[in-house]
Write a protein that binds this ligand. Structure first.
Ligand code: 0R9
Length: 654
């Protein structure tokens, strides 16, 4: 690890900026949402502070407990929050937990490595909780303080009010901090923590901070559930985990180095697949959109592989360089940085902006990779041969596709021939509003064609099940009629050649039946977009349509108008049945084809009334893992997943 010494906080370092009432008034501004994501964000805020202690090299475990009363406890074994007096005359923990933007580093001291906002979140968590207690083990004493949300008898709101002083409640031999809080049900629409969500995050943290033990305990049921993650090999174990179920080509390669206070770690291993996966982080925060560190990595690998290939004669003088995307076909790696003063390019913290990170990563990886290739000529030859093969295939396919496109443009004919009979284009070309519906089956496609707003909505009817791109060869994907048409219609290319600027549509909407086959089609299409057009998902352009499951209607009688309701779940169905009472007619839609064009329009296609699910990429590593497990060619991981996640019941239709 890099220099792990944390700078000591001076209790004067903490500056007081703003009140908690602002957080309570506009929670979305501080935690994104008040739904499930926002709820879990609270845990992350507190865990991040415990992680900072681990990054500083003074904390070896974080224990998170889901308590039966709906509260959650986060315990670290760090030095304990300082318990002295702040210049405001209040104990330091009270300032940390009740003042917005209080955090050591705002005063210039604090941690060298941190996510950029760490230490700030504690007060946000207090503001959005019914109560919060902090217990500190330090200098032989156990200290405790409690804060509450209160409305006094004059109706005055108090946010994060200390209801006790910082009291000594006992003696201790260890050091550390435990924070327990109960999210306020008046703030959150969801208040139940999801064990799996937290488990996946803690596994990721344990991979990234080697030697840190992450423990998750669920005490909400009579049977206590516990999961523990600890990886001595850190990101090497992470690569092993992500490549599980794939055919790998060599042992995991690992580099680490430090320069100018930037600590860089890279672990990677090629598999025999056709896609490239690089999961990147800075201070254990995922950078899903990459950034300067990823650019540095790509520059280094492309240059060093090419230099090596020329030096050893795999590339002749006249030969063009091996392109980066061919060199990274089948690559799976984790790049993790630790550094101070992290700057993100985007609000969402998804892209690293620090210029010095590019230069440092490029230099460290170049040096280590050059050395590795010299020392391991067999692996070097294998990877260069693979890239050469990939380049030849890609070139051949490009030629074939260009030839096909040339044919379609119809030499000599004035009018451009249609791309495919299954595709109905919109009337006007407007990439800012145009929508492409990928529709299951010809009959639904026909209804959608009649139902659509032809000005900006296009329909592509899919024939049967699309190809499983997780198992198929790249050449098969590129030559597959369905996917080729999608590529042509979107006017983009795949993989490295994909360009979001060229995309002819603003929304791509998967529209399939609400049954098992429909779900399978969704997953097959999602796999294709994830593997070959990830930037399209990152740009929030991919959606899943949600057709209703039922219609409840009643004919008009004696001065009463006919009434009808569409329902998307059983709760809505019960409500509609209650509203219409006796004589209500229930239609259950088993497929899109059972709806007439008018019904399809008003429930599923009309921009004013439809319900769309946006496909998001917020956890790249998790998506990578799930697609390999669910769609890949190894059966045991899939069987294990199904056995732990799926309950088999005898349904009424299946
Ligand atoms: C369970 C969640 N853990 C925490 O919130 C937590 C914060 C924290 C901490 C320090 C140690 N452990 C912590 N756990 C700490 C201690 C010292 C210096 N810096 C940090 C020290 O002993 O000198 N703090 C984070 C911010 C601050 N402490 C403070 F200094 F601003 F108060």
């Amino acid at each position: 690890m890099a220099d792990n010494r944390a700078l000591s906080y001076n209790e004067d370092d903490i500056q007081v900026l703003e009140g908690l009432i602002a957080v309570r008034k506009r929670p979305g501004m501080y935690i994104g949402s008040t739904g499930s994501r926002g709820l879990h964000h609270l845990v992350s805020e507190i865990v991040d502070n415990a992680k900072d202690e681990a990054l500083a090299g003074v904390n070896d475990r974080i224990i998170v407990t889901l308590n039966p009363d709906g509260s959650v406890s986060v315990e670290d074994h760090g030095r304990g929050i300082p318990t002295g007096m702040h210049k405001t005359g209040r104990p330091v923990p009270e300032v940390i937990f009740t003042t917005l933007h209080a955090g050591g580093k705002f005063g210039g001291g604090g941690y060298k490595k941190s996510g950029g906002l760490h230490g700030v979140g504690s007060s946000v968590v207090v503001a959005l909780s019914s109560w919060l207690e902090v217990e500190i083990h330090r200098e032989g004493n156990i200290y405790k303080q409690r804060y509450e949300y209160l409305v006094d008898k004059n109706g005055q709101e108090h946010v994060g009010k200390p209801v006790t002083g910082l009291e000594i409640i006992g003696k201790t031999k260890r050091t550390g901090t435990t924070v327990t809080f109960k999210p306020d049900p008046a703030v959150f629409t969801v208040t139940k923590f999801d064990f799996e969500t937290l488990r996946d995050r803690f596994r990721e943290t344990a991979f990234l901070l080697k030697g840190l033990r992450m423990v998750l305990i669920d005490k909400r049921q009579s049977e206590v559930r516990k999961e523990e993650f600890y990886y001595e090999d850190g990101i090497k174990s992470y690569v092993d985990y992500l490549n599980e179920g794939k055919n790998t080509l060599h042992p995991i390669i690992y580099f680490e180095g430090e320069k100018d206070n930037v600590y860089v770690e890279l672990a990677f291993q090629y598999n025999d697949g056709y896609t490239e996966t690089l999961v990147s982080y800075v201070n254990s925060i995922p950078t899903n959109d990459g950034g300067t560190h990823v650019t540095g990595f790509k520059n280094a690998t492309t240059r060093i592989f090419n230099d090596f290939a020329r030096k050893k004669g795999y590339l002749k003088e006249k030969d063009p360089n091996l392109p980066g995307n061919d060199l990274r076909e089948g690559f799976l790696g984790v790049l993790s940085l630790q550094m101070a003063d992290v700057q993100f390019e985007s609000q969402t913290k998804d892209k690293l902006g620090n210029e010095e990170a590019r230069a440092t990563v490029e230099q460290i990886i170049s040096e280590k990779l050059g050395f590795f290739l010299e020392e391991n000529p067999e692996i070097a030859k294998l990877l260069i041969d693979k890239a050469l093969k990939s380049m030849l295939i890609r070139e051949e396919l490009r030629k074939q596709r260009d030839a096909l496109r040339g044919d379609k443009k119809g030499k000599g004919t004035k009018k451009r021939r249609s791309i495919s009979e299954k595709f109905t284009p919109p009337q006007y070309k407007n990439p800012k509003i145009n929508e492409l519906f990928l529709v299951e089956g010809n009959s639904a496609g026909g209804s959608a064609k009649q139902a659509r707003n032809s000005e900006f909505q296009a329909i592509f009817s899919l024939r049967g099940k699309p190809l499983n791109t997780e198992k198929a060869k790249l050449s098969d994907v590129l030559m597959n009629e369905e996917f080729r048409t999608i590529l042509e219609v979107l006017e983009t290319d795949i993989g490295e050649d994909f360009s979001i600027e060229n995309c002819a549509f603003d929304k791509i909407i998967i529209m399939s039946d609400a049954d098992v086959d429909g779900s399978h089609i969704q997953v097959l299409l999602l796999t294709f977009f994830f593997r070959y057009m990830q930037p399209l998902i990152a740009a929030n352009k991919l959606f899943i349509a949600q057709p209703p499951l039922y219609q409840v209607s009643k004919e008009g009688s004696r001065g009463k108008q006919a009434e009808s309701y569409y329902c998307w779940d059983d709760e809505e169905l019960q409500e509609a049945l209650k509203k219409l009472g006796k004589g209500a007619k229930l239609t259950r839609y088993k497929g899109l084809g059972e709806m007439n064009p008018e019904q399809l329009w008003e429930t599923t296609m009309d921009t004013e009334r439809r319900k769309l699910i946006q496909v998001s990429l917020h956890d790249l590593a998790h998506c990578e893992k799930m697609i390999t497990v669910l769609m890949g060619d190894k059966v045991p991981p899939r069987r294990e997943w199904i056995e732990t996640h799926v309950t088999f019941e005898v349904g009424e239709d299946e």
